[in-house]
Every structure is written in C-alpha cells, then in structure tokens.
Write a protein that binds this ligand. Structure first.
Ligand code: UD1
Length: 418
C-alpha cells in the first residue's frame, strides 16, 4: 500500500491583497505549555495556535498526568493537575524536537525525568549538549541510556542554583534552563542567554506564576528559585515568523498584505531587509503592511544570526524573494549547517541560485524538507507562473495555523489534497 501524504496545489501568479490575522507564536507556545509542568494549579493560556506541534505538546502533558482542554475557536488552553509521570516517550519526542524542553521542568519539579533524545526538523545535527551541561551545573546527574536522557536531582531531590555560561547561544537551551531554575534552591545566572522575544514571553509567563526572573531578553538572566509556582493567565506573543512569511508572500506576488496582531518590535531585522528589497513597509500599532504593487524586487544580502539579527527561520522565505529580484545576492546561514534543502526544489521551479534573480518562477512539483523550507515553497508557488504541487506539507502544519484559509483570504489560490 502506498502511503499518501497531504499536498498543496497552488495556482500562482496572482498578487496577494488583504489582511491576515497573525496567530500566537509556535516557539513561545511550546515552552509555555511545557512550563505548566512546574505547577499543580490551573493555567489559562490565550492566543494558543492550532498547530500540530501544539497538539503534540498537549499529548506530552497528558502523558505526564496533566488535564488539557483546548478551545480551538477561542485559541484558549487550560492546563490543570499535577504530574504523575516523568517520562517523555520516543513516539512523541521524535515528532517534535522542542519536547527536550520538558527535561528542565520535569527534573526541577519531580526530582527526576526521562526524555527521549529528540527528532524534529532535519536541519543539521542539532545537539542538546548545552541543555545537559546547564542542568548538570544545577546539580542534576545525567545518564544517556537506551536513547533516553535520564536526569536526577541528587541529594535533596531539588536542583540548586548555578552559574551557567552557555558556550553557544541556544533558544530552547536558555528556555529549558530558565524553567528548571525557577524551582531550584538559590540563584541561577545564565550568561550568553538567547535574546529572542519568545524567551521574554516565557519569562513573563513564569513570573506571573510566581517565578523570580530578571533580565530575560538580555544576555544575562538571573533566576531566584522559589519553593512553589502557582496558576496564572497568559496570552502568547504574536508569531513574528508567521508575520514575516505573509509579508514576503505579499511582496513576492507584487501585492499588498497587512498583518494584524503582530509585535513589530520583534521583527525589526526582517522589516529592514524587506525595505531594502524595495517594499514599502508601514507599521501602525500592531499592524504591519508591505506594499509591493508595481515595484521591482531588489536583491538583498542576508546573514542569519541569533536575535536581534536576521532569523534563520526567515532565511528560506527571503531566498525566494532574492530568486525573484533583479540582481545578484547572497544568503549566508550561520545557525544550522543543513538548512538549504529548499534550494534544490527552487531550482526545479527555474530559480538561478546562488542567487541571481529571475523575473519569474515556473510552477513545478516540489517537496518540503522542513518547516520553513515548506513556507518558502508555498511563497514560490504563489509567485510562480502556473501550478505548483508542494508535497509533504505535514512540515508546514507544524508551524502555520490554518494556512490555506489565510492564503485564500488574501486572494491566493491554494488547496489541500491527498
Ligand atoms: C529554536 C527555534 C527554531 C529556530 C532556532 C534558532 C524553538 C522551538 N525552535 O530552536 O525555530 O530555528 O531556535 O533561532 O524555539 N546547539 C548546540 N548545542 C545545544 C543546543 C544548540 O550546539 O545543546 C546549536 C545548534 O546546533 C545551532 C545553535 O546552537 O547551531 C542554535 O540552536 P538553538 O538556538 O538551540 O535552536 P533551537 O532552540 O533548537
């Protein structure tokens, strides 16, 4: 029997035009959902996006003994109960790398944790050594056994404060250790911490739960451990990558797209590049508009970097824009060595890479290789002449809420089939 994966059929060549409401950020929702491990009390989360990875997080939490209720229409999730199990199984972790962020909260709350070594996007080796080293600095004993990371808080069963200097800036590493430190005995300092807005959102939520975190969003985060965290209500920050993706889709199709409910300050490096690409960008409160009607796309050199640099999660989308520009550009990926798998597929659509812009792309049958690569192929399909079939769109479903509905609202032609 042949297993058929979901595909998108996109008829390109139509300028996108309209408004799109941006959802809560996947990369903030996931750590925040896992942070509820740290309390027995009820946590009400708003602006939670309807994504495959969010559903995997609910399954993980349910496996741990939590009760999760999700109202898709309202985007609200309620997480209740204490945990009764501290094992994150391979079946769940293999589908979502971010499950590694259960490790810190589990060992901090329960004194022990077992988390399968992660899978997720196939973009480079993606080790978790920084997570492990940081937890060891806080008194966890760690063993790798049967493909599982087994962590124990030795002695009192409680982690202690530590002075952690991250060898490399890691987003989920910073988040994992920050969560673990909230219930540790004493003060933890994380140096060379990630500055991403999602780290700040997680810290805000944890502080509402009674944590004592200072300095989130800077490279030195200080966490004073407390005995207990309590319930809270929190609304997840807007998804800057989703917003950037729709803005680029508007620009690539020479249309005009307004993203509503965004946090413009989190997108500055992206907006700067979009202006260099010759788009008229206007910011009005929480709305961002990109107007590219009757304008030529200019080539833009991009080097990915940790926040506030240009995000690696927006690299593939920018590559499509460059492929459609009227000149030569370079795109340099510094975070993940293997994150250029969309290039081969873009070449199938007529792109000359690296990176000589062409006036238009041609529809083709292409294959998604990871979450953001799939976004770039959808943008390319919307901008191309003719029909594009994007296969393996399950990658896209991990990170883009209701993509077909949103693209159709903007006038794009996209449908899902099997
Ligand atoms: C997060 C984001 C992902 C984004 C990435 C970089 C989530 C759920 N995912 O992933 O969308 O693309 O940040 O902005 O928030 N590294 C190590 N050892 C470790 C951890 C990381 O060497 O223990 C390396 C990685 O291989 C990579 C770099 O550090 O080269 C940055 O990775 P990191 O910030 O950890 O990415 P994630 O947190 O996994």
């Amino acid at each position: 029997m042949t297993y058929k994966t979901a595909k998108f059929k996109i008829v390109g060549g139509k300028a996108l035009d309209g408004e799109v409401k941006i959802s809560g950020a996947k990369n903030a929702a996931l750590p925040i959902l896992l942070s509820t491990i740290l309390t027995d009390e009820k946590v009400l989360l708003k602006n939670v996006p309807d994504l495959a990875d969010v559903k995997t997080s609910f399954k993980l939490l349910q496996d741990f003994g939590k009760v999760c209720t999700y109202d898709v229409e309202k985007g609200e999730a309620v997480i209740e109960n204490g945990i009764t199990n501290h094992v994150a199984s391979y079946e769940l972790v293999k589908t979502m790398r971010a499950s590694i962020m259960a490790l810190g909260p589990l060992v901090s709350y329960a004194g022990s944790a077992e988390v399968s070594l992660p899978g997720g996007c196939a973009i480079g080796a993606r080790p978790v050594d920084l997570h492990i080293k940081g937890l060891m600095e806080m008194g966890a004993q760690i063993k790798l056994d049967d493909g599982y990371i087994k962590a124990n808080a030795i002695g009192s069963g409680r982690l202690h404060g530590g002075h952690i200097i991250m060898d490399k800036v890691s987003v989920t590493g910073t988040e994992n250790l920050m969560m673990a430190a909230t219930l540790a005995d004493g003060i933890t300092i994380i140096e060379n911490a990630a500055l991403e807005p999602e780290v700040v959102d997680l810290a805000n939520c944890l502080n509402k739960m009674g944590a004592k975190i200072k300095g989130a969003g800077t490279s030195r985060v200080e966490i004073e451990g407390v005995i207990k965290l309590h319930g809270c209500e929190h609304s997840v920050v807007a998804d800057r990558i989703e917003a950037g993706t729709y803005l680029i889709a508007g620009i690539a199709t020479h249309g005009i797209v307004t993203c509503l409910n965004t946090l413009p300050s989190s997108l500055e490096s992206v907006l700067q590049k979009l202006r260099q690409a010759n788009a008229i960008i206007t910011v009005d409160g929480t709305s961002i508009t990109a107007d590219m009607r009757n304008r030529q796309i200019k080539p833009v050199d991009v080097v990915t970097a940790p926040h506030p640099g240009y995000p690696t999660d927006m690299q593939a989308q920018m590559t499509v824009l460059n492929a459609l520009s009227d000149g030569v550009s370079s795109v340099t990926e510094t975070i993940f060595e293997n994150r250029f798998m969309h290039i081969a597929e873009l070449i199938r659509m007529g792109a000359h890479l690296v990176c000589n812009g062409v006036p238009s792309l041609k529809g083709a049958q292409v294959m998604s290789s990871d979450l953001r690569a799939s976004a770039s192929l959808v943008i390319a399909g919307l901008a191309a002449e003719g029909t594009t079939i994007v296969d393996r769109i399950y990658h896209m479903d991990r990170g883009y809420e209701h993509i077909e509905t949103k693209v159709r609202c903007l006038g794009g032609q996209i449908e899902r089939f099997y």
